[in-house]
Structure formats: structure tokens, C-alpha cells
Design a protein around this ligand. Structure first.
Ligand code: TAP
Length: 482
């Protein structure tokens, strides 16, 4: 279990000038700890250390770099039950989801350990006789990472692992709601300083987004910013980054739709809808908050969906058998209850859930909500919910379903349930999203292939897989006269 509650800067654990309370959203009487908030001077120390350490990292042989990344990943996977417990305690996701997230994050490290050796350049003949051309990728430099609370370990690691693999230094500002899992990860990375990881290559600065986050993304000493979070904060970061001409990558909000066709398998459809809408308590960028359902199977689908939602166990995240934990904070709970009220006021028909519930412990529990009779012009179907809540939109044809799926400012994921190869293929080609799922939930993605969206969902190069090299490296072309 994590020992520290401090920032990790230049390879040292450091107190901040103030502290923030971290409580378990399943049980508000459970104080996880008081966590240090970095001040501006400490951020400058982290920047100094990162610039120095990236030069040392360049001198570390690739096999050693691989072994360091591998060791981090292996430790995360080996300790996924323990670290998943901490994550569940801090963020409120059920134990199995917490463990799964940490294990997957470990796999990111071992995957990027392999990528270390795939960084080979190109050569070309010059148009000039006697001149040879080399094209190589070099690290972009010092990378600022700003991550959200909903997948605190996974979203951070899918940035930290490629950043280090491709030769960069990192300054990580996690969401202030989830400092414990951040510190636990920093402790694992810190252990690798004994194995050659330069001190200062990885730095953890905790604090609020408005203060330390803002200062970090505004710093001219940052070479690249990668952000996952809300569109609102993303747009704000973009203005600052463009002002400094800082390289930028962002993954933001979404409004994913799952289309359920009359020729689809209803068992698959109901399972995909329940998992997509309510997995992660609906607090995920890939959540199926719109279910676009063909009228021919609408009533049967809704009956089974509602029965499934009502049967889900909403309870303390650390209890075995819990399927939906609490939402992360009181602010999020109030926002969710407002979304439920909004759906009702806009004329959607309430079927179940959307109510605050009391459990043995004081926490932020809400039952999974299903609405039907909604249309795609309702605000509730246009704005991201980030809640255990979904709205059914009834359509009469595949064409209407596709048009509805695409009628959004976002474009992260979409899905279709169909047994028609022709429809699946047409949907794959015409859905305006970065990820498309056929006969699967809109959630659940792999780590070795790109992840990202279109529209307001994403900005800049894709994350994950080999595509991450686009963001974490910069290309150098050398001309050599023999
Ligand atoms: P945000 O409120 O946007 O916060 C994200 C991060 O930005 C936090 O670390 C936050 O710090 C920080 N931040 C806030 N204001 C800042 C500023 N002015 N300058 C620099 N950093 C600042 O998002 P959230 O509530 O944590 O997460 C939910 C959102 O993330 C949803 O919209 C969701 O869709 C999105 N998300 C997207 C994806 C992908 S891959 N598309 C994945 C997960 C989540 P604090 O800790 O102080 O708030």
C-alpha cells in the first residue's frame, strides 16, 4: 500500500505548502490521507530536473530502457489486486474494475517496453550525388501530462509509458480527486531509479488544475502537452498552448451512441448496452449515453434493458458483488441528478433509476437510470452526461439510426448491433467516430492500436500503439556528404 502523500520531484519526495483531503466516495468517514499540493517553486524544480534528466535518459542504452519499462509494468500487474483496491477506494469503481484498470496499465508499460526497440529510422538517396539522407525520430523533450479522475491510472499511463519509451521526460499533474493512485504509481516508477532511471525524468506534481495545472501548461519550458479531460478545460489549454506554440494532444468529452438494429442479437445488444452505459458507473468517455433502437425490437429491448439495470447491485466499491459503485464526488452526484431532472423536463419518459440511494455507509450512490421516448435534439442527448444514465431514441430504419449516431459535436466511439455484414460494413465506413464497434459495447479498447476521436472529442495526434510516436517524437532529417 502507498506510503507517501507527497509530490515526487527530481527523484525526491517533497511536502507541499498546503494539503488536500482525500476521502473514499463509498464511505465519507474513510479518510485516505492528506495529500501535498505542489507550489510554483516546486514546479520550476521539476522542470529543471526534467530538462537535465532527459539528457541522461538519452545516454541509457535501449535494452536498459526496456528493462526499466518492463519492470514497472510487471510490478503493476503483479500488484494489480492491491493497487486496484486503492483505486476503488479512492475513485469508487468496483474492485474488479479497479484491478482490471491497474493490470491494463501495467500492460501499457510492457507493450511500450517492446516499442523501445522498434524506433528505427529511414535512409534515402539525396537528389544530390554523393549525399545520403537519414530520417530519424527524436524525443520531443519535456512532456506535461494532465489527466482526469475517472481512469486515474490508465489515462495517465497511456501517456507516461510512451513518453518515457520514446525518450522524453515527464511532469505529471493528476486530477486532484485521485492523488493516492498517482502516488502509488510514482512509488513504482521511483523504484527504477535503482535500475538506471535518471532522477527527475519522471515528476509528480499534485495540486488543483486552476493553480498548478494552469502554471504547468502555460510554461514555455514545456515542449509538449498531453491532456485528457473535459472539452471546457481542453479549449482553455489549447489557447495557451497555441500562444506558446507548444505541441498539443487532447482527448476530451464524448456522446457515444450504440445503434441496435432489428436484425441484431438481442442478448448481445442488452449486454453491450448495460456494460456500455453503466460500466465505470457511466463515468467514462466511451459511455453509451445514447441507445438508438430500431422500432421493430424497441419494446423487447427496453424491457430487457430496464430489467438488467434494475438488477444491478449499487453498493460500496470494495464489497464483493458490487456492480456500480458510488460516483466520484458530491459535485458529480448533484450534476447527475440535474441530468435526470433535465431528461424529465425535456419530455423523456423515465423507466428506472436516477435516484440517490443510501447504503450502510455515507457515500455518493445513484441507481442506473434509463429513459425512453427521447429525441436527438434534447440537451440530454447532446451533452456529455458522465453518469450511470442512458436515453433510448427510437428510429424506423438503419439510415435514420446512422444519421442519429452521427448527429453530434463529438466523435469518439460508436457501435452497431447487427447480423448483417452489409450494414456492419456500411456503418464502419460511415460512422463519424474515431472508434467503431460492431456487436460490442462502445467501451473497451486495446492498447496496441490507436485510440481517439473526431470533432470535439479529440485534438492532435492519436494516442496508443505505434501511432503515439507521432506526438512523443519529432522528426530530424540529416544530410551527409560522403
Ligand atoms: P477536467 O475537469 O477537465 O480535469 C482534467 C484535468 O485537468 C484535471 O487534472 C484537472 O485538475 C485539470 N485542470 C482543470 N483546469 C485546468 C487548467 N485551467 N489548466 C490545467 N489543468 C486543468 O476533467 P475531469 O472532470 O477530471 O474528467 C472528466 C472529463 O474527462 C470528461 O469530459 C471525460 O469525457 C473526459 N475524459 C476523456 C477521455 C478520453 S480518452 N476522451 C478519457 C477520460 C476522461 P483538477 O484535478 O484540479 O480538476
Amino acid at each position: 500500500m502507498t506510503q507517501n502523500t507527497q509530490n515526487y520531484i527530481a527523484g525526491e519526495w517533497m511536502k507541499g505548502t498546503s494539503e488536500v483531503e482525500n476521502r473514499n466516495p463509498s464511505d465519507l468517514s474513510d479518510l485516505i490521507g492528506m495529500y501535498a499540493q505542489a507550489d510554483h517553486a516546486q514546479l520550476e524544480m521539476a522542470l529543471d530536473a526534467a530538462h537535465e534528466a532527459k539528457m541522461q535518459w538519452a545516454k541509457v542504452g535501449l535494452e536498459q530502457r526496456q528493462s526499466i519499462l518492463h519492470a514497472i509494468g510487471e510490478e503493476m500487474m503483479a500488484r494489480s489486486a492491491e493497487l486496484g483496491h486503492l483505486l476503488a477506494r479512492e475513485e469508487g469503481k468496483p474492485l474488479a474494475e479497479g484491478k482490471g484498470e491497474v493490470f491494463r496499465a501495467g500492460q501499457f508499460f510492457t507493450y511500450y517496453a517492446a516499442e523501445v526497440l522498434r524506433q528505427i529510422g529511414d535512409t534515402a538517396d539525396s537528389v544530390r550525388a554523393g549525399v545520403e539522407v537519414h530520417v530519424a525520430r527524436e524525443p520531443v523533450g519535456v512532456v506535461a501530462i494532465v489527466s482526469p479522475w475517472n481512469f486515474p491510472t490508465a489515462t495517465a499511463v497511456w501517456k507516461i509509458a510512451p513518453a518515457l519509451a520514446f525518450g522524453n521526460a515527464v511532469i505529471w499533474k493528476p486530477a486532484n480527486l485521485v492523488p493516492a493512485s498517482a502516488v502509488a504509481l510514482a512509488e513504482i516508477i521511483d523504484r527504477q531509479t535503482a535500475n538506471g532511471l535518471p532522477k527527475g525524468l519522471f515528476n509528480l506534481v499534485m495540486g488543483s488544475g486552476r493553480d498548478i495545472g494552469q502554471r504547468l501548461i502555460e510554461s514555455p519550458r514545456v515542449d509538449a502537452i498531453t491532456f485528457t479531460g473535459s472539452v471546457e478545460v481542453g479549449k482553455h489549454i489549447a489557447v495557451s498552448a497555441i500562444g506558446n506554440l507548444t505541441k498539443l494532444q487532447m482527448e476530451m468529452g464524448s456522446k457515444n451512441a450504440l445503434a441496435v438494429m432489428d436484425d441484431g442479437d438481442l442478448d448481445i445488444a442488452v449486454a453491450a448496452a448495460l456494460g456500455g452505459a453503466f460500466g465505470g458507473t457511466g463515468q467514462k468517455c466511451t459511455a453509451s449515453s445514447r441507445l438508438v433502437v430500431h422500432s421493430a425490437i424497441h419494446d423487447e429491448f427496453v424491457e430487457r434493458l430496464v430489467a438488467g439495470a434494475q438488477a444491478m447491485v449499487v453498493d460500496h466499491a470494495l464489497k464483493e458483488g458490487t456492480q456500480i459503485g458510488p460516483v466520484v464526488s458530491d459535485e458529480q452526484l448533484q450534476q447527475n441528478l440535474e441530468s435526470v431532472a433535465l431528461a424529465k423536463s425535456e419530455g423523456a419518459e423515465w423507466m428506472c433509476g436516477g435516484e440517490r440511494v443510501e447504503r450502510d455507509t455515507e457515500g455518493y450512490y445513484m441507481t442506473p437510470a434509463v429513459f425512453i421516448g427521447s429525441n436527438n435534439q434534447m440537451r440530454v442527448n447532446r451533452e456529455e452526461l458522465f453518469a450511470p444514465m442512458t436515453c433510448v431514441i427510437k428510429v424506423d430504419s438503419y439510415e435514420e439510426a446512422l444519421a442519429t449516431v452521427n448527429d453530434t459535436n463529438f466523435g469518439l466511439t460508436s457501435g452497431i448491433i447487427t447480423n448483417s455484414l452489409a450494414r456492419a460494413t456500411h456503418f464502419r465506413h460511415n460512422a463519424q467516430t474515431g472508434c467503431v464497434m460492431v456487436n460490442l459495447a462502445t467501451a473497451g479498447t486495446d492498447y496496441h492500436v490507436p485510440f481517439g476521436g473526431r470533432g470535439d472529442s479529440s485534438y492532435g495526434p492519436r494516442e496508443q500503439g505505434q501511432y503515439a510516436a507521432e506526438f512523443y517524437t519529432t522528426v530530424k532529417t540529416s544530410y551527409i556528404s560522403a
